[in-house]
Design a protein around this ligand. Sequence first.
Ligand SMILES: [Mg+2]
Length: 223
Amino acid sequence: MAGRFAHLINDEIRYILLDMDGTLLDRYFDDYFWEHLLPERYAEKNHLTPEEARRDLLERYRKTEGTLQWTDLDYWSSQLKIDIPALKKQTEHLIDVHPHVIPFLTEMRRKQKSVVLVTNAHFKALDIKMRKTRLGPFLDRVVTSGDLGYPKERLEFWGRLAGILGEGYEVYAVLVDDTQAVLRTARTFGIRHLLHKAGASSALPVTRSDEFTSIHLFTELMD
Ligand SMILES: [Mg+2]
């Protein structure tokens, strides 16, 4: 039986735009890293209580939300005086692909869709994750916010993407992302089909969007 949103990926669709963290990959790794492991290291280094360290870091994260700094591992290494890429590498065994992602990507290939990873991830984080998950061969292109100079929360990202995919690409595109702020910007830009990925982290309850159509599993988009 075809998935309930499989019909969205019809002959008119040329581009399948996919977010990485939380959408193709389990966000558990990132949440654990930024909310637990890093605060722990930061507390040790600065002789803070775990609670103080967490509060301090969450405040710093909040200030950089929706900017390129937020995902810039070098920025955090220099701000916190902790080697962030090295720490990420130490925990890379926690990086995992969501269920049904590989069959989904394979089916999109078979249907001759252009599969494009669109991510705010820093190139060093991208590198660690691609090595670990081996998703590279299933993707036609990888476009990062670092490449385009703006995060996905900004209209400029989607505008500049036209320089790569061609003018008017938005009419032929489906975007799947777990961040609603990104989906809102993409909606303003005019991306044809917007799908919210529910269940971004396997450690958290599955919460569907009340603003966008949510998919939980990629089988919902497959024949
Ligand atoms: Mg995401």
